[in-house]
Design a binder for this molecule. Sequence first.
Ligand SMILES: Nc1ncnc2c1ncn2[C@@H]1O[C@H](COP(=O)(O)OP(=O)(O)OP(=O)(O)O)[C@@H](O)[C@H]1O
Ligand SMILES: [Mg+2]
Length: 246
Amino acid sequence: MDRVEVRNLEVTYGNRTVLAVDRVSFERGGFYGIVGPSGAGKSTLLRIMNLLERPVSGQLHLFGTEVDLTSLSYAKGLPLQRQMGFVAQKPSMFQASVYDNVALGLRYRKKSRMEMQALVEEALELVELSHVRDQRANTLSGGEAQRIALARTLVCDPSLLLLDEPTASLDPYNISIFERVIQTIHRQKQTTILMITHNLPQARRLAQTCLFVNNGRIVERSDTEAFFHRPRCTELADFISGRMIC
Ligand SMILES: Nc1ncnc2c1ncn2[C@@H]1O[C@H](COP(=O)(O)OP(=O)(O)OP(=O)(O)O)[C@@H](O)[C@H]1O
Ligand SMILES: [Mg+2]
């Protein structure tokens, strides 16, 4: 199976089930938008897929490798985690130069100095920030820091890119650069992209398929055009039109 699939997923906090998904799959090379009201479980889904948390039950299939998420050890999860990249809403930079921040994943992967340098420079060029290479990362503007967070993820060439509202606090200029970069990567490398966004026009611009998450369930999924123009369930129609009261 050349795809990513999550099955029998249940996530609870205390005695509250916040996410219950029978089965959801993502084809390799697809660009998926994930939308839904606040608290619906969108970030939880991506955190679980990125192996940052363990659910009560669930299996993950990642491009040919199948794992049980409940019993997965850190060591067994690491090779899977290395196929994924994750960018959250707020970038967290290490107290080091921009170069060292972008190079971090490559150091863990024991790349040679020469290869590392070439890859970091390529990633910095991609996000149009070659000129801040030697700057301390904690002095970057919010928009620059988020583009560096993207470069740091892309430099490791992930097969699956998980984006959790990555442009939510960016200005239009930085949003357009961020979007251009992920579209380029998607086109050139066939990276599978899952992007959570509250910016519905952004989901329409970028995603081929959209999913609507509400109350811990994936309640609708369709190609982007149908998703926004012919929603099947009233919940989604209400959400899109702004009538949904969260
Ligand atoms: N560690 C935790 N402990 C307890 N409850 C949690 C925890 N993490 C998330 N939750 C709860 O799980 C639910 C889903 O949270 P999640 O962050 O996935 O929502 P979301 O759809 O990403 O919302 P938003 O659009 O606001 O980011 C929320 O009600 C949240 O309060
Ligand atoms: Mg969230």
